[in-house]
Design a binder for this molecule. Structure first.
Ligand SMILES: C[S@@+](CC[C@H](N)C(=O)[O-])C[C@H]1O[C@@H](n2cnc3c(N)ncnc32)[C@H](O)[C@@H]1O
Length: 286
């Protein structure tokens, strides 16, 4: 199906009555065994080479990455990641015909030792070793796998999507390539909660409570210190790296890394020396 057909296809997906219009789109069902058939969630529409390059470029793919293409089609993203960037790459596609094509393409490109194609549903795929995930699916399918991506991928994993966003999960970057759009997200660590810590003040090390609220990578919060709740400003969460400062009261700049239920890092009082801190999320058993 050419790309110009994806918009009518989308319209059909959104209009269930029209979805039965005969011959309007390629079959949704693919044969995976003698008797067995499975439902496809997205038709095969390949990404243009220039857009594949931009997707891998925006994700900053290098030889140290493990790239997963969920719904990998003829394997072009996986093959380019291995061939041009020297990455290890895995393609997942539900359609056995696409898997055969992708394996042929990998052989022709001489990258079979660095790539693997798995014939399975992307919803069942084990993806936790990915450092980059690429997608060209549909808006509804992106929303359906969003929770899986947020909970199974390591903080800092980059996700790039051709043409379709993730609803209210704001992209960290968005670029146009001709008629195509590429979105980039960096999987944020989970930081929402209340943490106990001590911070350096004029009275010495002082107990404090850090409260963080989170919507994807957007974080807000307060630091309760000496009975006062101080708002925080300039909160930045990128993967597992977090930084913020107090917006009122004693000026304190925090920079740290999230490791499970703890944040480790340095806190710098205005005019003072940087000191190490560990904030421990309440209810984490220590
Ligand atoms: C739009 S194509 C994208 C192909 C390739 N990623 C690219 O960008 O060139 C979507 C692919 O997803 C596959 N697909 C559809 N539903 C799937 C599912 N539930 N699990 C895995 N793959 C699926 C289709 O067979 C098709 O090859």
């Amino acid at each position: 199906m050419p790309k110009r057909m994806l918009v009518p296809y989308l319209a059909l997906c959104l209009l269930p009555a029209a979805a039965h219009a005969e011959g309007a789109r390629e079959p949704d069902v693919v044969r995976v065994g003698q008797q067995e058939t499975v439902q496809k969630d997205v038709p095969f529409v390949p990404t243009r080479e220039e857009t594949v390059k931009r997707m891998l470029g925006m994700a900053g793919v290098t030889k140290d990455d493990v790239v997963y293409d969920l719904g990998s089609g003829d394997g072009r993203i996986v093959v380019m990641a291995a061939q041009k960037m020297g990455a290890r790459a895995v393609g997942v596609d539900i359609d056995p015909e696409r898997i055969r094509e992708a394996n042929d393409n990998a052989r022709r490109a001489g990258v079979t030792s660095r790539v693997e194609f798995r014939q399975q549903s992307l919803f069942d795929a084990e993806i936790k070793d990915a450092t980059v995930v690429t997608l060209y699916l549909l808006p509804s399918v992106n929303l359906k796998i969003r929770y899986k991506l947020l909970t199974e991928l390591k903080p800092g994993t980059r996700i790039v999507s051709h043409d379709f966003d993730m609803g209210d999960w704001r992209p960290d970057r968005k670029e146009s390539v001709g008629d195509d759009t590429v979105y980039l997200w960096i999987v944020p660590a989970s930081v929402e909660g209340t943490y106990g810590l001590t911070v350096p003040t004029a009275r010495g090390e002082t107990p404090a409570t850090l409260t963080l609220r989170q919507e994807f990578q957007d974080v807000s919060g307060t630091l309760k210190l000496n009975g006062k709740s101080l708002p925080l400003a300039e909160l930045i969460l990128q993967g597992d790296a977090i930084s913020f400062r107090t917006a009122e009261g004693p000026e304190l700049h925090f920079r740290g890394r999230v490791e499970g239920t703890r944040i480790h890092g340095n806190v710098m009082p205005s005019g003072g020396q940087s000191r190490a801190f560990t904030a421990t999320r309440n209810g984490s058993g220590s």
